[in-house]
Design a protein. Structure first.
Length: 329
């Protein structure tokens, strides 16, 4: 099978998006009133909200096409979960902030660090591969659309309706509606199947048009965030949540835009660094935050994110020369 360079490029872009997302989010509570800087911060934040859902879509596209034995599945899941545990401990130590007590360490370990949930969900996804594969292989995948619609209706649609309609301010109705929730890893499952399905269908639209629609959806999201802040005094989470309808659409269009893109360059050497960048970038970002200082917020956020991305990539590239580390990263 020839390497699909367009998906390597998508991984690289989404890794940078994750860094940009977390960089812009670090200024979220600095600009609590509507202003030019709020639009800059929230704009950079919103356009990158699709990053983790798209990573799940990429994983679904590739992992659900492979024929893996039970041993290979367990090995892959163990590798991911081992990374989760190792980095949970690393960031727990970092979060102690001089309070070196067992109680504080256990508390930080249980809470986990904000970006590591992706690894935990991905490890679970690997364990469910045999079940996912059985759905895909049964009668040539006739139930793939069913699974997507199921999680779309009882996941995204249910979540958005419940968080938009004022009728759900009633506690009794909220509890009743919660009975119709697909709990657990519903967003992960949806995006995995969505990535597999969209990756294997033909969409007759240019990458430019698809990317334009992605930008249009993003602009709508930024406008809604601004209106939410102006009229409600806060930005409602439903607008930018992974289960928000706009992030769902955003993820679809940018995934398809890169899927239809023709890339002739082998980018695997950079793409292979993306997991390490995802794991290590908060450390680099927090250190650089104390150094960078520009009066223009757009320059501040973008340069900080870009520098963090490059320095983290260099660091990951160097440590991958250590055989044991390269095995996991």
């Amino acid at each position: 099978m020839n390497r699909e360079n367009n998906f390597d490029l998508l991984r690289i872009f989404m890794a940078f998006y994750v860094v940009l997302l977390h960089t812009s989010a670090s200024y979220w509570y600095t600009y609590t009133a509507f202003s030019k800087n709020f639009i800059i911060m929230s704009g950079l934040n919103f356009i990158t909200r699709c990053s983790v859902p798209v990573f799940f879509m990429i994983s679904g596209y590739f992992m659900l096409r492979k024929d893996l034995s039970v041993y290979e599945i367990l090995k892959s899941a163990a590798r991911i979960y081992m990374l989760y545990l190792i980095f949970t401990f690393i960031f727990a130590i970092k979060e102690l902030n001089g309070e070196y007590t067992l109680k504080k360490f256990i508390e930080c370990t249980i809470n986990g660090y904000y970006h590591l949930w992706f690894l935990k969900n991905l490890a679970w996804a690997y364990l469910f591969i045999p079940i996912y594969k059985s759905v895909i292989e049964y009668k040539d995948g006739v139930y793939v659309k069913y699974v997507i619609i199921l999680f779309l209706v009882f996941g995204i649609f249910k979540y958005n309706i419940q968080n938009i309609l004022p009728i759900f301010e009633n506690d009794i109705i909220i509890k009743l509606f919660d009975k119709f929730t697909l709990y657990g890893y519903s967003d992960t499952t949806l995006y995995l199947f969505l990535g597999y399905y969209l990756g294997n269908i033909k969409v007759n639209a240019s990458s430019f048009k698809l990317f334009f629609v992605y930008l249009l959806v993003s602009i709508i999201g930024i406008v809604l965030e601004s209106l939410s802040l102006i009229y409600l005094g806060e930005v409602k989470g439903v607008i930018f949540d992974n289960f928000g309808i706009l992030i769902f659409l955003q993820s679809i269009f940018i995934f398809l835009a890169f899927k239809n893109l023709k890339v002739n360059y082998n980018l695997s050497s950079i793409s292979n660094l993306t997991l390490g960048i995802y794991l290590f970038h908060p450390i680099v970002l927090e250190e650089l935050t104390h150094i960078f200082s520009f009066s223009n917020l757009f320059i501040q956020i973008t340069l900080l994110a870009l520098t963090t991305f490059i320095l983290t990539a260099i660091f990951v590239y160097l440590i991958r020369f250590i055989p044991f580390i390269k095995k996991y990263l």
